[in-house]
Design a protein around this ligand. Sequence first.
Ligand SMILES: [Zn+2]
Ligand SMILES: [Zn+2]
Length: 453
Amino acid sequence: MAPIDRVSVGFVSVRLNDQIGMSAFGTLLHLARLNHFHGRDFRAAFGLHFHYRDDLSHLLAFSERNQSRLAAAAGISQELQGLWPVEPWQPFSGEGLWSALPWKLRACPSCLRAGYHSNLFQMPWMARCPWHRTRLISTCRKCERPLLEGFRQGLDLACCPCGTDLVNERAVLKGDPHQSERDDFLEAYLNWTAVERERTTMLWPEQHTGSGVDALAALWPVPPCLNQWRDSFAGCRPHIHMERLGRPCASSTLDQQAAKDLMRCAKSLWPEQAAMAELPAEFLPSLLSITRQIASPLPAISLTTREREALALEPVGSAASIPSRQDLMLLPVQRVANGLYLDVRVLHRAAYRVIANLSALLGLAKHEPTPATSSAHRLLLTATRRTLLRTYADGFTHVLGRYVPALYDQTRVRAGPRLPWIRIRRDPQGPQDVTIAWSTRQSWDADVKPVVR
Ligand SMILES: [Zn+2]
Ligand SMILES: [Zn+2]
């Protein structure tokens, strides 16, 4: 049996400072259970400020103040405390993205039994514990209540109202026999995330998105350096549509006119500026084809001849004989003089912000593209076009349906926006590849809950 430590404040614990990767929540669980502290003692014992409705694993992953109080109370080393936030567990930097995702305590039942929890288990791309090979759980395996339900009702941490105790105090005292496998995995994993963080930019819809968890998981399949643990990763998500774009070869350079179009487009797609965007002429054929595809199932009688023309449809003899609706005719893309314009208010707001942030990466370049950088620019432009087209398809369907409800009589028309989650990898030459994962369709009005950053 492992020797029992008595830290200066007098808590019973077992080699807490050897529990690499343990989260602040895991530390609280370990100490609370070995010292028989209940929720009402947490403030006096650990200085924790919380409400019973809070998910303690969430609070302790993001609240620096609670982390430092707990670390001081438990005598945790700086090094271990450095792994308490979520960032070291992510292959990208910044924690803002988590506010767009649902969070609930997720754990390995075998680790939990020994009083161990790591923020590794909160990462959506993980499916199993890499050292126990056990499937991760977020509910009690007996009654399917959330793991913290019992605590919310006044029971000890990790005790379920059905009578299941997820922690075994003897197992906590003995320590986990898989600790050396755990240390091996964690070393390799944390090296991987550190390398990826340096070369990855993430763009995500800044609003709460339930299926965003799956989109995020799909962006991080098994990394080659962790292939021996591949069964622990969530792997492919068949219901998440993915687009993978690589940097074109250097010979595919932009001519001067294309470079100018590109910069004009980047400057008109700007996060706070929701109005008319000036798009490169090369976007036109795809935009018209989408417009035509969506509008063509409409009964001939529902549109006037001029409206059909505006929507890129062939004229018909039996067109509607009502006055043409100006707003409807201005809906799709507008060609004015030499420019191509799109009213971006057609697009879902959160998706538009992703597109604008993507094109801002183009606009932020100090100079116009040169032959040396133009393949990276072309990659970003292609990514902007792909993201814009799908967002336009969803937005145009939504707005057209408002003018012509007959659109929804067509069974193949599916409504609701899909939102893009984008991973951009860089190398010394600039953006190297872009992967877009589309969350599944959600209700259009889900954007009433914007994320406060
Ligand atoms: Zn485990
Ligand atoms: Zn239960």
